[in-house]
Design a protein around this ligand. Structure first.
Ligand SMILES: CC(C)(COP(=O)(O)OP(=O)(O)OC[C@H]1O[C@@H](n2cnc3c(N)ncnc32)[C@H](O)[C@@H]1OP(=O)(O)O)[C@@H](O)C(=O)NCCC(=O)NCCS
Length: 496
């Protein structure tokens, strides 16, 4: 039976935060605890000092148009600037790549990527963790990674035809049987202590995602595998979250822990794990206004537990206007390749004739009233730095990706020719590639060809930012969200 741990008392917390300063290596919860007093004070000061100041005047267009530009949400961990793209606690992607720890096993690999665990630590605390702190956090997550039998049984009972995102949200919703937050609330704990239970739930949820995601993949695309005797993706306690996710998918050459369904050699396996690390770290947070983040925050504001809140966010991510763009790009690239018969990488390099036929192809898409997938952005006005980081992943691997994979070559080539076409077309406010241009083809390259599944991995990564904000929502005691709605008559009355 789940036991409710007694949380730190508020007074104890204040004493604790001064005592722990003497210790070198705090764990994640202690680090969070050490930053709470200052941030809580800042928050209360801002609310007290500026509470009555107008922040912005909204327009009718905004109210009728998806609340675009309306600064209605508080979100601390990341910001999206039209020119710089996303920054995490003020740091660019490049800076994060330089300072956030990698797996300790990859210390000498120049092509390794920093860990999503490091990103979660940073998003939650605003502090850069040490290597030892991240190692120990990865271990904690791995130790909590075993998914309860009843969740696996639920997943195994679902039809393989059920959308993988529906399967994911069912599993996460059902996992709220684990929720210490829900149990504590029912017992009537003090609201000042809510955050600790939210923290424990968030870690538990993140820890269980690799096996849940892996099981959905196996059941949907490799039905019957669960009845074989080979391991389905057991958790390696020594390894990081992405490594265990790759194992759970069956995309790992470590056959002691995984089925090797792609017949990867060690290098391919290592590269795929690094792709998962990079993708998940970069997709973890993108301000609070996007549908999945905002939904998690909104549902959580009703004090629904973290499992229910995040499963609601996942359902928003399943919408074609949010999480499905990467799959659209892959389909577009495959169609482009087939229509123009571009099957040879060497024919693509420095070939002005091919460039010309691609430009013509893009114009034919635009003239038929369709969009070029992977280009444009609602906020950004420069190339998406997440696109650049994912592109670099392929450019750094010339022998296996850049000079070998036609799909990747086409993504690269499009990024050189499409912006000019879109500029001449003159409609899109941002003619540059967004992150979805490059991510899907990289998964495709490693054999994850079921494009519908990209969104499930996206959902796994999107746990990082929204759950870290949800913990802060409880720390700061944010109230239930209840914006005012207006009918057209009231709108007219207010503005005339
Ligand atoms: C991302 C996207 C939805 C942003 O929408 P937005 O904020 O309304 O974009 P804009 O303000 O630049 O749109 C202005 C016009 O340019 C067009 N436009 C935008 N991106 C375009 C693209 N990639 N190809 C062709 N036309 C595009 C829009 O359709 C719109 O045309 P309209 O005035 O006839 O309605 C949009 O750029 C798009 O549809 N891109 C392609 C799909 C995609 O990559 N989605 C992933 C998003 S991360």
């Amino acid at each position: 039976m789940h036991t409710i741990k007694r949380p730190f008392h508020r007074l104890a917390e204040r004493q604790f935060s001064t005592n722990i300063a003497a210790h070198a290596e705090l764990d994640l919860k202690q680090t969070l605890q050490s930053v709470i007093p200052k941030r809580r004070e800042q928050f209360l000061n801002v609310r007290k000092q500026y509470g009555n100041k107008p922040l912005a005047q909204t327009t009718v267009a905004s109210t009728l148009g998806g609340m675009r530009g309306s600064p209605a949400l508080y979100w601390e961990s990341s910001k999206v600037d039209p020119d710089k793209g996303v920054t995490f606690h003020g740091r660019t992607i490049e800076e994060c790549q330089q300072v956030l720890p990698h797996s300790r096993f990859d210390a000498n690999d120049p092509n390794s990527e920093f860990l999503p665990e490091s990103m979660f630590w940073f998003l939650l605390t605003g502090q850069i963790p040490s290597q030892a702190q991240v190692d120990s956090f990865s271990r904690t997550i791995a130790e909590q990674g075993e998914t309860p039998e009843y969740i696996l049984k639920i997943l195994d009972s679902l039809p393989a035809t059920l959308h993988p995102m529906s399967q994911l949200s069912i599993a996460i919703t059902a996992l709220n049987n684990n929720s210490g937050f829900a149990k504590a609330y029912e017992k009537g704990v003090s609201k000042y202590d809510f955050w600790e239970y939210a923290f424990d739930d968030a870690i538990d949820l993140i820890a269980k995602l690799p096996q849940i995601i892996g099981r959905i993949y196996q059941n949907t695309y490799h039905r019957g595998i669960s009845s074989s005797n080979e391991p389905l993706g057991t958790i390696d306690l020594e390894k990081d979250w992405s490594y265990n996710l790759a194992s759970a998918l069956g995309f790992n050459s470590d056959t002691a822990h995984s089925r090797n369904i792609q017949n990867f050699n060690g290098q391919e396996s290592n590269d795929f794990v690094n792709l998962v690390r990079l993708y998940c770290a970069l997709h973890g947070d993108h301000e609070g206004g996007n549908v999945s983040s905002h939904t998690t925050h909104l549902v959580g504001s009703a004090l629904s537990d973290p499992y229910l809140s995040y499963s609601a966010g996942v359902q928003g991510l399943a919408g074609p206007l949010h999480g499905l763009a990467a799959q659209e790009v892959v389909r577009f690239i495959l169609a482009l390749k087939e229509d123009l018969k571009l099957n040879d990488v060497s024919a693509l390099l420095n070939n002005k004739e091919v460039d010309g036929s691609i430009v013509e192809y893009l114009w034919s898409i635009l003239k038929s009233g369709r969009v070029i997938p992977g280009y444009g952005h609602a906020v950004l006005r420069k190339p998406d730095p997440r696109f650049d980081a994912m592109l670099q992943f392929g450019l750094k691997r010339p022998d296996t990706i850049m000079n070998k994979d036609v799909n990747f070559q086409l993504v690269h080539k499009l990024s050189q020719v499409a912006p000019e076409v879109l500029k001449q077309h003159g409609k899109t406010k941002n003619p540059f590639p967004n992150v979805d241009s490059s991510s899907g083809v990289l998964f495709y390259h490693y054999g994850l060809t079921q494009t519908l599944f990209f969104t499930v991995i996206f959902a796994g990564s999107r746990a990082l930012g929204p759950l870290s904000q949800l913990i802060w929502d409880r720390i700061l005691g944010l109230p239930i969200e209840r914006p005012k709605s207006l009918d057209l008559e009231s709108i007219i009355k207010r503005v005339e």
